[in-house]
Design a protein around this ligand. Structure first.
Ligand code: NAD
Length: 265
């Protein structure tokens, strides 16, 4: 017999992971599948390089844009009907925007807020219907250290993630009665993600940019490295497992202490 507190089993659980074709979402989808879940990945830009690994683990990749309610409903309903219900939703799809508010266009504001916040609202709305039928469920939102402590270089992203943290707590409060838990992970700088690669790609000096990103997170600085996608996925696994049966409304920083305050000089 395995111990559910230390060896989480997700046998017979059905999970949807949005933005699961790359980075943190892909690591999460694969980890949940390795622990027995039937996983459906929803992404508007499916990554062909994930195909072999997903096939091996029985992960289904569905093209879906989380900003579009029709896509979201189709993704959630497909997962619930193929899997016989829905237990887990990981709202992970997200986009960044490094720009001052005075330079942000209405379209850019909509793109960030619609992806990072409205997408999580739409997915939660449709997932909760199925979770209620199942008698419970677990939702994990991928927020950010920017949702815990706003940053000066990307205000619109910080606003979107701050609101996602607020949504996490609000829905946790509303849906405990349905035995649906709602939590968030708040990563710091994570390597091997399209988002981080895009930031580094525009830097004049890639090495210097990477160093300065690492230095802004006290533990990343002490360890001399970025956070890995599987380190965020491990926290998601805990949050969706039975070991976290009494955990709801928490926002776990996996940011090497970046959101704690101003680090020593
Ligand atoms: P990533 O770019 O590799 O992954 C994001 C995924 O979301 C991509 O596969 C992308 O195609 C998908 N996506 C974007 N918009 C979508 C939409 N409208 N509909 C469906 N899919 C969509 O980057 P990542 O770092 O793995 O990002 C995952 C989450 O982690 C995001 O919410 C991001 O804000 C958050 N995050 C990342 C970092 C980091 O350093 N990389 C830090 C903190 C938080």
């Amino acid at each position: 017999m395995t111990d559910p507190m230390t060896e989480p089993s997700l046998q017979n659980r059905v999970a949807v992971v949005t933005g699961g074709s790359s980075g943190i979402g892909r690591a999460t989808a694969c980890l949940l599948a390795r622990h027995g879940a039937r996983v459906f990945v929803g992404d508007y830009d499916p990554d062909e390089t994930a195909r072999d690994e997903f096939e091996r683990l029985g992960v289904t990749q569905v093209r879906a844009d989380v900003r579009v309610e029709h896509d979201v409903r189709a993704l959630i309903d497909e997962a619930a009907s193929a899997g016989g219900g829905l237990d887990i939703l990981v709202n992970n799809a997200g986009v960044g925007l490094v720009k001052q508010i005075t330079d942000v266009s209405e379209d850019e504001w909509d793109r960030v807020l619609d992806t990072n916040l409205k997408g999580a609202f739409l997915c939660s709305k449709h997932a909760i219907r199925h979770m209620r039928e199942r008698g419970g469920g677990s939702i994990v939102n991928t927020a950010s250290n920017a949702g815990l402590l706003p940053r000066a270089h990307d205000p619109v992203y910080s606003i979107s993630k701050g609101a996602l943290v607020a949504m996490t707590k609000s829905l946790a409060l509303c849906h405990a009665v349905d035995r649906i838990r709602v939590n968030a992970v708040c990563p710091g700088p994570v390597e091997a993600t399209r988002m981080m690669e895009a930031d580094l790609a525009v830097a004049d000096d890639r090495e210097a940019a990477a160093r300065s990103i690492i230095e802004a997170s006290p533990l990343a600085r002490a360890l001399g490295r970025f956070i890995r996608p599987d380190e965020v996925a491990a926290a998601v696994l805990y949050l969706v497992s039975d070991a976290a049966a009494m955990v709801t409304g928490t926002c776990i920083g996996i940011d090497g202490g970046k959101s704690l305050g101003v680090p020593p000089r």
